[in-house]
Ligand binder design. Structure first.
Ligand SMILES: C[S@@+](CC[C@H](N)C(=O)[O-])C[C@H]1O[C@@H](n2cnc3c(N)ncnc32)[C@H](O)[C@@H]1O
Length: 232
């Protein structure tokens, strides 16, 4: 079995969000806003991880795929209906079947966005909604993660005194393939998605992000966590 990027990090991943509770609450607000009403809809979470976010909403009707066994087993215990320990690139999803497909934080670990997003598009019903929520490469968080990834440490002299108290695990920063929002919009437009909506949160600089839960506002040019919503 191939080791996946998140194998061995499930406990650390959940613990990081629990310790950064206000950051978690801000991102959860963004997910809720982006999903809207999902009752009675067929919904798929791509890269559902440990199902931490899903456990905060009613996830009994949410299907998931997740390549990391460590993460996926926890998601199943939390009530996500796991279709398999699979990356999107290898999933055999039913065509024209889903009302909503969302990727919460998982596009940052995907090398080939056109391929991943086109597989999602094929599985969406006409008029179905594709949602990608993530840290944009161009945001303060994106810059911080890229710097840490490239110097192999959060302890770089330029980061002293300007870092959040509890930075995201370095190994997970380094495993990321950080994409810009414009890059993702371009890929989605080329695939034929239309009627875009954008929401964002984490507008504060990273070292102040966990001071209180933030609001969700429209747009994508300021946030450290951005939701792109587009229709098939
Ligand atoms: C930052 S975590 C987000 C997990 C979860 N969605 C959440 O919000 O807590 C990214 C997740 O994407 C998964 N992932 C990475 N590459 C993937 C791929 N090619 N297809 C599907 N999921 C992938 C990882 O295993 C990991 O669980």
């Amino acid at each position: 079995m191939t080791k996946q990027k998140f194998d061995g990090y499930a406990a650390q991943y959940d613990a990081w969000f629990m310790e950064n509770e206000n950051l978690f609450r801000s991102e959860l607000r963004l997910l809720r806003r982006a999903l809207g009403e999902i009752e009675g809809r067929r919904v798929l979470s791509v890269g559902c991880g440990s199902g931490l976010f899903e456990s905060m909403i009613d996830c009994s009707g949410i299907e998931g795929i997740e390549p990391s066994r460590d993460m996926g087993t926890i998601a199943e215990k939390r009530g996500v209906h796991l279709l398999g320990y699979l990356a999107i690139e290898e999933a055999q999803l039913e065509r024209n079947a889903y009302d909503v497909i969302y990727l919460n934080g998982s596009s940052s670990y995907m090398e080939d966005l056109p391929r991943a997003f086109s597989i999602c598009r094929r599985a969406l019903k006409k008029g179905g909604r594709f949602i990608s929520l993530d840290v944009p490469k161009e945001s303060a968080f994106g810059f911080m993660y890229l710097l840490a990834k490239n110097v192999g440490s959060f302890r770089h002299p330029d980061l002293i005194d300007v870092m959040p108290g509890l930075p995201y695990p370095l190994e997970l920063c380094s495993a990321g393939v950080w994409h810009s929002t414009e890059e993702k919009i371009g890929v989605l437009r080329a695939l034929g998605f239309h009627d875009f909506t954008f929401y964002q949160t984490l507008l504060r600089n990273p070292m102040y992000t966990n001071e209180e839960a933030e609001e969700v506002v429209e747009g994508y040019r300021s946030g450290g966590y951005v939701a792109i919503i587009a229709e098939k």
